[in-house]
Design a protein. Sequence first.
Length: 256
Amino acid sequence: MKFKIVIPSYNRVEILKERTLSFLEKHKINKDSIYIFVVREEYDKYANALHDDYNIVIGKKGISNQRSFISDYFKEGEPLISMDDDVKELLELYTFNNKKKLKPLRAFKQLLYTTFIDMRMRSVRMCGFYPVKNAFFMSHTTSLDLKFCIGQFRLFFNFKEIEMNRKYTLLEDYETTLKYYLYDDSKIMRKNYICMDADYNKLPGGLSDTADRRYVVKQKEVELFYHDFSVYCFIKEKLDRIDIGFKTKAGGLNIW
């Protein structure tokens, strides 16, 4: 199965080279299958730094707009892997002396191929990974119930009905998770034994820089999301943070 790796990037060409592209090169991913989406004013900077080794595409500004553009760029149903530009490593769970630990994933290509095959067999159009780097809470399971799939790394069969019609900006990965779950007959795949080593919103640049992340703005989106999907979610609020969590089918709460 042929797939394409898509990387939205903004003002991070050196971070992209040192992290995500270095990771993909280590795992011998063909550069022809890697597409980097940038804004028009940064195209020359990326092209000069990467020496035309990759497919560099002028897209849109803002993460939601860029994801919509990426979906429109590819065919319906095409297998795509979306990665952020600051992924240092994929980590896999293992157990040693009855203790859960993490180690760098070795069989990256195999994971991609087998996951897409598994998704097709189970009629699931999106798969994500465990959203935080914490071995204690991870498990050696692949789930199909409603669990949050972080947008920094996900596999999906391009579905334009969802990818090109996002309502939310700061909660776009929550929206994407829930919509794929609903469209696929209450199924979404998540590999709970794989997580990422990345610096979410900690490094300079990045597409998140184009979105207003003030608490009051996030709060408005959370309240609106809860209003739209209260059957499936609850509001998580702690100190200066507010977010969404998903409910289980039995009505319980999925913290992650």
